[in-house]
Design a protein around this ligand. Structure first.
Ligand code: SF4
Length: 249
């Protein structure tokens, strides 16, 4: 059997197993799920600014920058077309020194109107998830990859995410959390530079510059597919155990 036929057979088997579409390009680093006990594999590409989409990084180094001063630096951004269609810029909310940071993909209608992430139905569900896990909304930090709403809540475009990502990365650098929870595929794709399906990324911690990254379903997905709630609950229990273990050290 030729290599091409073998690859076709392999992909067909994956689809049958429901593993999802596999997209691999030779130059793409693929994130490996890491158990907590496994050695850390660094994901430094984005912070290093070497990623092709981030060459034009608007965030200049500033040792005096705070999260609040950073908000004032970027709140009028129009570096991509979404800056012209948004109602409000949605920077992020929560504890500027949070141990845990939650990252979604982009503001929706309610967030665009109020200028705060996760305030609609999905946001209420996130609050319940946090409460059930023993975290208050004020204790964590919540942000999105994009700071402006894509029209009609369409998926963010790759160029929009690459243009906006330096802002998120600077937020992560300033907050310096111990854990990041990627809410949904888009946030995971962007942060971990992976195209693996969300189902493959769940259930273990990944590493991003020494920060443990968990990937789970976006609360909006739970509103449509209630069967995912059990998985999210398992992920949150894992996060809570790891956080409590860290606190004891
Ligand atoms: S989405 Fe990001 S890059 Fe685009 S205008 Fe808004 S803040 Fe600027």
């Amino acid at each position: 059997m030729s290599s091409r036929e073998k690859l076709k057979k392999y992909l067909a088997q994956r689809m049958e197993l429901g593993v999802g579409k596999l997209v691999v390009r030779a130059e793409e680093p693929v994130a490996k799920p890491l158990a907590l006990s496994q050695p850390v594999v660094k994901q430094e590409t984005l912070f290093g600014g070497a990623s092709a989409g981030l060459r034009d990084n608007p965030v200049r180094p500033d040792p005096n920058r705070t999260l609040e001063s950073f908000y004032h630096e970027i709140k009028d951004c129009v570096r991509c077309p979404l800056g012209h269609t948004r109602t409000k810029f949605v920077f992020g909310v929560g504890n500027p020194k949070a141990d845990i940071m939650f990252i979604g993909e982009a503001p929706g209608r309610d967030e665009d109107l109020q200028g705060e992430p996760f305030v609609g139905r999905a946001g209420k569900l996130l609050d319940k998830i946090l409460e059930a896990t023993g975290f208050a909304r004020e204790e964590v930090y919540i942000a999105n990859v994009l700071k402006c709403r894509p029209p009609e809540n369409r998926d963010p475009q790759p160029e929009e995410m690459d243009t906006c990502s330096p802002y998120l990365l600077e937020q992560i650098r300033l907050i310096n959390p111990k854990f990041i929870v990627c809410l949904g595929r888009i946030a995971a794709m962007q942060l971990l530079e992976t195209k693996l399906a969300l189902g493959r990324l769940r259930g273990a911690f990944h590493d991003f510059n020494g920060i443990k990254v968990m990937v789970t379903y976006h609360p909006a997905a739970l509103l449509r597919f209630a069967e995912y709630k059990k998985d999210v609950w398992e992920d949150m229990k894992t996060l809570r155990r790891a956080y409590d273990g860290m606190e004891l050290k």
